[in-house]
Design a protein around this ligand. Structure first.
Ligand SMILES: Nc1nc2c(ncn2[C@@H]2O[C@H](COP(=O)(O)OP(=O)(O)OP(=O)(O)O)[C@@H](O)[C@H]2O)c(=O)[nH]1
Ligand SMILES: [Mg+2]
Length: 311
């Protein structure tokens, strides 16, 4: 049996890429379009650190979304590497969606991105997505749309609110118009090409960083140790056991994550479990372990063990 379904001759499939400055709402919109959380989001800029593909399945098309790290004028090596990553991505997609938040004035950051697009997009169409429409009133939205339209020559301009589910389907339809005729690129039911283990580790990292990021800047690494079905469960009521290790650098940070009487760790587990269940499609028993790995950021062997690979 084929994993791919029969499709009509006029089926379309291809890639769209979200770009925009940090915090513009790219990952939140990716999740809304896919219908399941696959990308972590936060109110702090530079949350996304690598490109993530999300797959939207419709009767007449399949849209593969590539969510990218926020683009900005680079100040550090990491920043310039992230920008290179985005530039490479632009060259391999069928349509580019530039995200601009409705509640912020267009600034040098957006102009910088528009210049980059003019340089590297070739003949790829660019659609403007005015995000966070729920944060402004009608007049504010008209103003944001007008200002966006003056930034560059767009194939379309679409306002959207991922939070209020306003026009999310329209974004999908507008992007799908630019896809080539093609059979599906991914099997039915696939919503991302991220490995499950990576997603699960990211969800735990997001939940842990949500309210304690300032105390734990870059000192947290998360690794999934094991995912296994609990034995002796009836076939129609499976339970997945997920074992996760969280590494911090100091004993004091371990105490922060665990919290008074384990309260913080419990809350991290509760938040992360909800998203993990969404991905695995079954109830989950989540076991979180906090360990101290002294100076792991500086120790190549520790980095290797934690799944960081460098060329
Ligand atoms: N009110 C409202 N807030 C939104 C909407 N979309 C995103 N946000 C918020 O904006 C913040 C940034 O969202 P992200 O999706 O992480 O932004 P991003 O563009 O992926 O950011 P980077 O990965 O850092 O480039 C989060 O606090 C979101 O909750 C929206 O439609 N409405
Ligand atoms: Mg993001």
């Amino acid at each position: 049996m084929s994993l791919f379904r029969e499709v009509p001759d006029d089926f379309r499939a291809g890639f769209a890429c979200f770009v925009g400055r940090p915090n513009a709402g790219k990952s939140t919109l990716t999740n809304a379009l896919v219908g399941t959380k696959i990308a972590i989001t936060s109110s702090k800029p530079q949350t996304t650190r690598h490109t993530i593909r999300g797959i939207v399945h419709r009767d007449d098309h399949q849209l593969v979304l590539v969510d990218t790290p926020g683009l900005h004028r680079p100040r550090t090596l990491l920043g310039s590497r992230l920008n290179d990553l985005v530039a490479d991505t632009l060259r391999s997609v069928d349509v580019i969606a530039l995200c601009i938040p409705a509640d912020e004035k267009i600034g040098p950051g957006d102009r910088y991105i528009a210049e980059q697009l003019a340089d590297s997009r070739g003949s790829t169409p660019v659609v403007c997505i005015v995000t966070k429409a729920d944060k402004v009133d009608r007049a504010g939205l008209v103003e944001a749309l007008t200002a966006a339209g003056e930034l560059m020559d767009f194939a379309d301009i679409v306002p959207v609110s991922a939070v209020d589910d306003f026009q999310v389907d329209t974004v999908d339809e507008v992007l799908a118009k630019h896809l080539p005729l093609s059979p599906p690129l991914y099997p039915d039911g696939d919503i991302t090409d991220e490995p499950e283990r990576v997603l699960i580790a990211e969800f735990v990292r997001e939940a842990a960083l949500e309210d304690i990021r300032d105390e734990l800047p870059h000192s947290l690494a998360v690794q999934v140790e094991e995912i296994r079905p609990r034995e002796d469960r009836p076939e129609d009521r499976p339970l997945m056991e997920v074992y996760v290790n969280m590494y911090v650098e100091r004993q004091s940070q371990k105490a922060i994550i665990i919290g008074r009487g384990g309260s913080r760790l419990k809350e991290v587990g509760r938040k992360a479990r909800k998203h993990i269940e969404g991905i695995l499609g079954t109830p989950v028993y989540l076991d979180l372990h906090v360990k101290v790995a002294k100076d792991w950021q500086r120790d190549p062997r520790a980095l290797g063990r934690l799944g960081f690979e460098f060329e």
